[in-house]
Write a protein that binds this ligand. Structure first.
Ligand SMILES: Nc1nc2c(c(=O)[nH]1)N[C@H]1C(S)=C(S)[C@@H](COP(=O)(O)O)O[C@H]1N2
Ligand SMILES: [Mo]
Length: 514
């Protein structure tokens, strides 16, 4: 007896669902924002023309996303069944389809700037599951086909009966595993979903919407938006599983070399005066010209007022911060107590912090790299001395103090772009947080430095945008930029690696004028 087409299709369907289930389970276990299927749905929404999305939302209402996910699942099921049929004739075609699907899934999960590389691990697990489950399920079918080809007459101890039983058993096991993993994934993801929901419904008093000052902008197309949307904000942390903390379970303890220990719950924190300001934060690992920097409207409570209330011992020179996930950093105490707006931030761009960016409370300090200051999910601050502790990154060879180094970036034209010869407009960003940028200069082909103009955001704690117009001959060229800060210091061209305390050098790009 030969196997039926439906048995092969069923094998394909089950193998496909098994891969979705393992990836869903792992994504939930790692508390990744969304499973690969949801990421694909979001990718489709992102790529779809605005009008189509508008139409979809209008006809489907708030159910648009679940319906899209359901449609994707139905299409995937059909494809999986087809892969099962393919497996009967070809050993490599199913794997090819799986790899293509996994690549699409990988692109979808990595597309948002707020993704991290660990987000692809569930996709990889799904791919492995597809291949293994398909070979497991089709093996008895293959054996039955081979047997049918060898003899048309079943032997008394019918091996086809045995292989059919083998298939049914394996199919049952895989189906059971799919069920268990799907339920398990739902269970594991529940905590995060609940916090996500609490966050969505949270209404914070004293928090205003961002209002980008006109003077912060220069008139030029194609450069980074001055305010970085939360979804595009770079994301750096060591947390494999992002902490999902309900505000009612959050509190912070401020202790150590203080006259009086302070413990604040979320409600107590929110009852204090809220300060808001534009602050550009960046990562010490940002190479010259790199993307690990973002500017946001932060709302929170000034640390200077909380620390004053605690009464800091004059001998203390550091605050050891600890996050809920056990990450630590040491911050120079003066940066938390001087007149700058160092804060326990609760909102970013007028909305409660996204979970990835430290919900419900994180530290933001103007002028210091993130690794010595910007603790997400912060729960503990010990006033102490640098000589008394090692923090997460300083044990790995990074500098103790971490002031941000002045830097600047050419964004327009993009590297390798072609522009019209003649008057070329260059543009980009420059920053020297808490000192401020006074100006920038550009040099084409290593020639003389020519002054450009910079925007004036009205604060020294953010980046500025800049533009410069230079006459350029047809041909291949380079352009570089250097900034000058408000103390008159000119950005150094000496190349330094990001380790141990931040990169230096002039950002230089190639372009062609024709
Ligand atoms: N809990 C925690 N907070 C952290 C980190 C971390 O690994 N864990 N990384 C820091 C580093 S190195 C940077 S650059 C900033 C990045 O903040 P963002 O992800 O919101 O952009 O967070 C800081 N806060
Ligand atoms: Mo960082």
């Amino acid at each position: 007896m030969k196997t039926t087409r439906s048995a092969w299709a069923l094998a394909g369907l089950l193998a496909g669902l098994a891969g979705l289930a393992t990836s869903y389970f792992l994504a939930a276990a790692l508390s990744i924002r969304e499973s690969p299927v949801v990421a694909i749905a979001e990718g489709i929404v992102r790529l779809a023309p605005g009008a189509a999305v508008e139409q979809g939302i209008q006809t489907l209402g708030t159910n648009d996303k679940p319906i899209l996910v359901a449609v994707i699942l139905v299409v995937a099921c059909a494809l999986f069944a087809y892969v099962g049929l393919l497996a009967r004739r070809s050993s490599w075609a199913p794997t090819l389809v799986y790899v293509v699907l996994a690549v699409l899934g990988g692109i979808a999960v990595l597309a948002p700037a707020s993704s991290s590389t660990t987000d692809v691990v569930p996709v990889a697990l799904g791919l492995v599951t597809w291949v293994v489950a398909l070979s497991l399920l089709t093996e008895p079918l293959r054996a039955a086909d081979r047997h049918a080809a060898a003899s048309d007459e079943p032997a008394p101890s019918s091996p086809t009966g045995q292989t059919r039983r083998g298939f049914v058993l394996r199919a049952g096991l895989v189906a059971g595993a799919v069920g268990v993993l799907s339920l398990g994934g739902r269970f594991l993801g529940a905590g995060r979903r609940r916090v996500e929901e609490t966050r969505r419904l949270l209404r914070l008093n004293g928090i205003t919407e961002p209002d980008v000052p006109n003077a912060a902008l220069v008139d030029i197309d194609g450069i980074s938006p001055w305010m970085t949307p939360a979804d595009d904000f770079y994301l750096i942390d060591t947390a494999f599983v992002k902490p999902a903390i309900d505000p009612k379970d959050w509190s912070i303890r401020i202790h150590g070399m203080v006259e009086q220990e302070i413990v604040l719950t979320y409600d107590q924190l929110m009852a204090r005066e809220i300060d808001e300001s534009w602050i550009t934060i960046c990562c010490v690992s940002n190479p010259v010209g790199g993307p690990l920097i973002g500017n946001a409207w932060w709302s929170g409570v000034r640390l200077a007022s909380i620390l004053a209330e605690a009464g800091v011992d004059p001998e203390a020179d550091a605050v050891l911060q600890t996050s809920e996930d056990g990450w630590t950093c040491g911050t120079p105490i003066e940066a938390l107590t001087d007149d700058r707006n160092a804060m326990l931030a609760v909102a970013m761009n007028g909305k409660p912090l996204p979970i990835e960016h430290g919900f419900p409370v994180r530290t933001i300090v103007p002028g210091l790299y993130g690794y010595v200051s910007a603790t997400k999910w912060v729960v503990d601050m010990e006033v102490t001395k640098f000589s008394e502790f090692d923090a997460y990154w300083t044990t790995k060879g990074w500098g103790e103090l971490g002031p941000i180094k002045m830097s600047s970036r050419v964004e327009v034209p993009g590297s390798g772009d072609r522009v019209d010869a003649g008057e070329v407009t260059f543009g980009g960003t420059a920053w020297a947080q808490h000192t401020g940028i006074a100006g920038i200069e550009v040099a084409v082909d290593g020639g003389e430095w020519l002054a450009g103009e910079v925007s004036s955001p009205g604060t020294d704690d953010t980046w500025v945008q800049w533009r410069a117009v230079v006459d350029v001959e047809p041909g291949d060229h380079t352009v570089r930029v250097r900034a000058t800060d408000k103390t008159g210091l000119v950005q150094t061209g000496a190349l330094a690696d990001v380790l141990p305390d931040g990169a230096t050098g002039w950002h230089t790009i190639d372009f062609t004028a024709s």
